[in-house]
Ligand binder design. Sequence first.
Ligand SMILES: *Cc1c(COP(=O)(O)O)cnc(C)c1O
Length: 355
Amino acid sequence: MKKHNFSAGPCVLPQEVLQKASEAVLNFNQLDLSLIEISHRSKDFVEVMENARALVKKLMNLNDDYEVLFLQGGASLQFIMVPFNLSKAGGNPAYLDTGVWASKAIKESQKLTQTDVVASGKDNGYSSIPKEFNIKDDADYFHCTSNNTIYGTQIKNFPDVHVPLVCDMSSDIFSRELDFSQFDLIYAGAQKNMGPAGATLVVVKKEILGKTGRDIPSYLDYMVHINKESMFNTPPVFPVYVSLLTLQWLESLGGVTAIEKLNNAKAELLYGEIDRNPLFKGFAAVEDRSYMNATFFLNDESLKDKFDGLWKSAGVNGLGGYRTVGGYRASMYNALTIESVQVVVDCMQQLEKES
Ligand SMILES: *Cc1c(COP(=O)(O)O)cnc(C)c1O
C-alpha cells in the first residue's frame, strides 16, 4: 500500500499524475518515443510548454500583462535573479525576514544591493509573521515569502505596498485563492505543490522589467526568457510536463477555489487535534499558522519513541520536523488526502489513550 506522504519537499503528487508521467516516459503521445528523448523544439513538446504557461495564467486568473516562465536553478536561483532584474545599481529593495528561505533570499540580495530588512521574526524563533513595518518610498521592490515551509507560518494578508510586490510562493503556490494580480513577480520551485524538482515557475508582470540599466547575464535576464517563450535553452522537459499534468489535475478538481476548501479541511482537522490533545502543542502563532506545513511538538519528549513507532507503523512518511526546529512537521500539500491526515490524528489519539 502507498505511504501517507507528509514529506516537505519533494513531496506527494497525485497518483494519476504519476501514472500518466510514467506512461509518457515510455511512449509519449503515441509517438513511440519517450517524452525525455524527443527535441524540446518538436511540436509535441512546444505544445506542452505552451499549455503549461497558459494554464498557470488561467488558474491564477491573470491577464496578458503577465508572462509565465519555467526556468531551472530552483527557487534559490530566483534569490539572485530578482535583484538583478528589479534593482538599480545602488538600489535598496525591501525584504521581510520570516524564516530560513527568506534569509537566504536576503543574503543573495545583499550581494548586489543595499538590502533593507524591514522586519524580522528571528527574535521569536520565526514562530510568527511580523506585521508592523515601513517600506521606504524609493525601495526598488518588496520581497516576502508567502509560506515558511520550515517554521509552518503563512502570510494571510499581503501588505498593500506602493512598490513592486515580489513573492516566493514555493510552498503554497496554487493552494488557496488569492488576488494574484496584487503581485508583480511570483516564483516557486515546482517540487512542493506542482511537480518534480528541476523546474521553477516565474510569473512576472512585464512592465516592471527592463528598468535597472544593469547588464544582466543572459540566463539571469527574465526578458531573454520571455522573448524566447521560455525556450532560451533546453527547458527541464520532464518537470514541465509533470507540472502540466498536476495543473490539469487541479483544474479538473475546480482550481484553487476547490483545492482551498480541501486544504482548509485538512488543516482544521490536524490543528484541531493539536489544540485538543493535551500531549501536543503547536509551534506557530495561531493567527499565522500555515495550512500547508503544520509544525508541532510533544509536551513530553519521553513519548517520542512511542509516537514515532505509532505513525511509522501506520504507513506515515516524512513527519519529522526540520533539523533546527525539531518536533514534527506535517506537510499537507494539494495532493495529500484528508484520509492521510486522519491517520496521523488517529495516531495522536492512540498515543493519548495509551499513555
Ligand atoms: C524549498 C523552498 C525554497 C528552495 O527551493 P529550491 O527550488 O530548492 O531552490 C525556497 N523557498 C521556499 C519557501 C521553499 O519552501
